[in-house]
Design a binder for this molecule. Structure first.
Ligand code: MG
Length: 270
């Protein structure tokens, strides 16, 4: 899914302001869902909480209706547990203590998108699991730090990958970040590993979703029979963090944040 780089759009100040509003809503949703994650709650409950919150705030859940091999997506968030990396479908499954739960959320406000993900640990987990979650987040921030005007997409990829290489984590190859704006998935593709060339030069007005997906095992994944859930081929645990950012002349801004700030550890309340 390396996309061509023809249709990269640059956003105006006004458009970035609308994306800031969408991003703030997505951050609020992730805060709320993170507060609700506890043993016994179903993944479908989390989805309903997110959908209600997005709609009540005047937004539209952007994941609903997205086309995929499993048919149009019907939910407002993805809930990916343990060896599931991304695109886990909410339903009747109950959250259990010790699980690694990745929540991906997206919202549209006045036609403009925000997209972000966090990984939570439900209660206690071994040190190497906590480290995976924390270091995937650090990989995201390393990518964001490299995402400045004058650098290239390849600089983001190299910065993210360097964090994974320190620990020997698997890095997904076929999934990565993306341009974002009036559509959730715009060009360019933003890989989390080097080797795709240096790629396009970053310019003010570019908005990107930067989203490392690291595993405790290899980089290979399989899509489950539901046509959506992407899980590690070797059954190893995975983590996923994502922010939407805007590259501006004065510096790079993270759009998927709110005034509350982001919890540092990715830890879920139990
Ligand atoms: Mg995304």
């Amino acid at each position: 899914m390396i996309l061509s780089e023809r249709r990269v759009t640059l956003k105006s100040r006004r458009q970035v302001e609308l994306m800031r509003r969408a991003g703030r809503l997505v951050a609020d949703v992730l805060d709320r869902v993170g507060d609700e994650i506890r043993p016994g709650i179903t993944t479908g409950d989390l989805d309903r909480i997110a959908e209600e919150m997005i709609r009540r705030s005047g937004g539209i859940p952007s994941f609903i209706g997205v086309a995929g091999a499993g048919g149009p997506y019907r939910h407002s968030i993805c809930v990916s547990i343990d060896d599931e990396v991304v695109h886990g479908i909410p339903g009747r499954r109950r959250i259990e203590a010790g699980q690694v739960v990745s929540i991906d959320a997206g919202a549209i406000v006045e036609g403009w998108h925000g997209d972000a993900a966090r990984t939570f640990i439900v209660g206690d987990a071994p040190v190497r699991v906590r480290e995976l979650v924390d270091e995937t987040r650090r990989g995201m921030f390393a990518g964001i730090a490299a995402a400045r005007a004058g650098n290239t997409i390849g600089d983001i990829a190299a910065a993210v990958e360097a964090v994974a290489l320190e620990h020997g984590y698997g890095v997904l190859r076929d999934y990565g970040g993306h341009g974002i704006g009036s559509e959730m998935h715009e060009e360019p593709f933003v890989p989390n590993f080097r080797g795709a060339g240096r790629g396009r030069k970053l310019e003010p007005g570019m908005c990107l979703a930067i989203e490392p997906m690291f595993t405790l095992g290899g980089p290979e994944v399989r899509v489950r029979d539901d046509g959506w859930t992407v899980a590690t081929a070797d059954g190893s645990l995975a983590a996923h963090w994502e922010h939407t950012i805007a590259i501006l002349a004065e510096g790079t801004e993270i759009l998927t944040v709110n005034d509350r700030g982001e919890r540092l550890s990715g830890e879920a309340g139990v």
